[in-house]
Structure formats: C-alpha cells, structure tokens
Ligand binder design. Structure first.
Ligand SMILES: Cc1cc2nc3c(=O)[nH]c(=O)nc-3n(C[C@H](O)[C@H](O)[C@H](O)COP(=O)(O)O)c2cc1C
Length: 192
C-alpha cells in the first residue's frame, strides 16, 4: 500500500497576491510538489483572523480557541499538515500584521501543550525592501519565528529571505528562487 502524500500548508502573510513572498512561496510549493507533497496555500489577508483576546478561553475549554472566525478552519488544517511554511514581508522591522495575528492565535494550541504542532516541519520565506536582513529588520522576524518554533517543538528545516521592493521583483534573484525550490524539496524529504 502506498502511504498518503505529505501535506504542506503555506501561510501567506502579504496582502499582495503577486508579491515577493508569494513568489518565494510558489517556488517552495514547486519543490515540495516535485518531492511528492500535496500543497495548499492560504492567503491570511483574505481571512477574518481577529487578534487574540487573551481571554484564556482556550485554556478552559478543551475544544480550543473560543473566538469564532476563520481561524477555526485553519486550526484543523494546521493539525492535518505535516509541514508549515510561513511566508511574510517585513513590515516595520518585523513580520506583517496578518502573520502576527495568525501567530498570536496559535497560542490556543497551548491547551494541549502544543502537541498539535510538535514535530511538524517548518520553513520561513521573507522579503524586505531595504538592503540586507539586519537593516530591514528581517532578522527580528526570523528570530521570532525561530523562538516560536523552539517553544512549540516544531522542526525548522530552513529559511529563505531576500531584498526586493516592487511586487514580484524578487524573481530576478535566481539564486534565491533556486534555494526556495530546494527548501521545498527538503521540507518533504527531511525526516521529521
Ligand atoms: C507597511 C509596510 C511596511 C514596511 N516595512 C519595511 C521595513 O521595516 N523594512 C524593510 O526593509 N521593508 C519594509 N517594507 C517593504 C516590504 O518588506 C517589501 O516591499 C517586500 O518585498 C514586500 O513583500 P510582498 O511583495 O510579499 O508583500 C514595508 C512595506 C510596507 C507596505
């Protein structure tokens, strides 16, 4: 019997449909699909994801977060995924607000001591308008992702990030695009 294709869920944190992080994420998807994965991409900007209310309702109710919005469907998709890709532009020296709201709502996984996330493979894709990862503030977001993955026990496979401003300009960085595709492959082929 053949085993089911591993599921990769890509979380797109930019409002731009044809933006730079979307381009990086598309190459990651290409690599992952070539390695046999089933890939789904979600535009966080198209969903209603309210900020976490710190009500701790998720800690009191075993069913998790009590806020009734589009995050409810995402909790299920995340649980079912083998690997998660976080794609975000740098906004004000950190990740986008769309991505941050999503990350905050992942606090609800704490109801089960983050067991629903533990062991999943993760990857990060980011772009920034400034010259390098430090000046742009990209490092702050990368560090926040790294810390959150360590805290929740997920397995960071790799990160791709680069400088570009106009939507889609990042495609000109062919080395980065190649590395994004290679990351997609490793995301599937690396042991959890
Ligand atoms: C609201 C906003 C804030 C931004 N803040 C930064 C920043 O702090 N540092 C930086 O280097 N670029 C910043 N940028 C530029 C974006 O990071 C850059 O254009 C990026 O490539 C956009 O990615 P996207 O096409 O996936 O949206 C900002 C852009 C916007 C719209």
């Amino acid at each position: 019997m053949t085993s089911p294709a591993p599921k990769v869920l890509i979380l797109l944190g930019s409002p731009r449909r044809a933006g730079n992080t979307a381009a990086l994420a598309a190459r990651i998807a290409e690599g992952a699909e070539e390695a046999g994965a089933q890939v789904e991409s979600i535009r966080l900007n198209a969903l209603k994801i309210s900020p976490c209310q710190a009500c701790d309702g998720c800690r009191r109710k075993e069913k998790g977060c009590v806020v009734d919005d589009d995050m409810q469907g995402l909790y299920t998709k995340i649980k079912e995924a083998d690997a998660l890709v976080y794609a975000s532009p740098v906004y004000w020296f950190s990740m986008s607000a769309q991505m941050k709201a999503f990350m905050d709502r992942c606090y609800a996984f704490g109801v089960n001591k983050y067991n629903d996330l533990r062991g999943k493979k993760t990857a990060v894709a980011m772009s920034f308008g400034d010259r390098d990862a430090f000046e742009s503030g990209c490092v702050n977001a990368l560090r926040a992702f790294q810390d959150s993955f360590r805290y929740t026990g997920t397995n960071l496979v790799g990160m791709v990030y680069g400088s570009a401003d106009g939507a889609g300009e990042i495609k000109a960085d062919t080395d980065l695009m190649d590395r994004a595709k290679a990351l997609g492959r490793s995301l599937v082929l690396t042991e959890a």
